[in-house]
Design a binder for this molecule. Structure first.
Ligand code: HEM
Length: 210
């Protein structure tokens, strides 16, 4: 696409896609929380709404494309950055000017991708190909498997780390670059990461022990 010719344009597109995915995660978390409270009936209602609302139906392919785009662009930028980094500087000390998380976005990203594939296979595929009457049972049933819960929690820890850098980095990419704002965005980014990682993990662990 000619509009995405420059690296800056690619980074802006990656950042916008990432922030869109954060919004999606909050909607997803809100729906999942109904599994615990108010409970089964509310969750089935929410699933029915998501499955029948025309706007949501329209958003599903958009979400899929945004995910695919973010993964493609993230990997592309990572690979091209690697090539540039192969020119070694005399004082090459990455830990002095970047964090471990910021240097390993591709690895936390790939962990999320791995989980995403498992999630699509376990939930999205049966949902789309079979007649499921009890969605509550399908979701909570998966949380009775210890291995699944461990993979689930590890994936959300990876997502939390990805966002703990990604959230504020996205705003910097979009041009927010005042020191005061950066500090606020780091705090908000950490809160967002914690809510997402803890929220999803808590639900899985809750149903494992229930
Ligand atoms: C729900 C899932 C995800 C969310 C919410 C998310 C969010 C974000 C955000 C907000 C950024 C910061 C963009 C910026 O620095 O301007 C980012 C960067 C990145 N993401 Fe994701 N991401 C997700 C999944 C993935 C996946 C599955 C991959 C797979 C490879 C990935 C790879 C990357 C990479 C490599 C970067 C850094 C690119 C760079 O700075 O050069 N992300 N992500």
């Amino acid at each position: 696409m000619s509009i995405l010719k420059t690296t800056v344009a690619k980074k802006v597109a990656l950042a916008l896609a990432g922030l869109f995915l954060v919004l999606f995660l909050f909607v997803h978390l809100a729906i999942n929380l109904t599994l615990i409270y108010p409970g089964k009936e509310a969750f089935e209602e929410a699933v029915h709404f998501m499955d029948t609302n025309p706007l949501i139906q329209l958003m599903q392919p958009v979400l899929f494309l945004v995910f695919a785009f973010h993964i493609y662009m993230g990997t592309y930028l990572e690979l091209t950055n690697q090539t540039k980094r192969s020119v070694k500087y005399v004082k090459n000390n990455p830990s002095a000017n970047s964090t471990w998380v910021s240097r390993n976005m591709i690895w936390t990203g790939l962990m999320i991708l791995g989980f995403l594939l498992i999630h699509l296979y376990n939930y999205f595929l049966p949902f789309k190909t079979q007649e499921i009457h009890d969605h509550y049972e399908l979701v909570t049933g998966l949380f009775h498997n210890a291995i699944y819960v461990i993979i689930y929690v590890l994936a959300f820890i990876a997502l939390g780390l990805h966002l703990s850098h990604g959230f504020q980095s996205a705003f910097q990419t979009l041009g927010v670059n005042r020191e005061k704002w950066n500090r606020i965005l780091v705090i908000i980014g950490n809160i967002v990461s914690f809510i997402i990682a803890f929220g999803f993990s808590f639900i899985a662990i809750y149903f494992y022990f229930k």
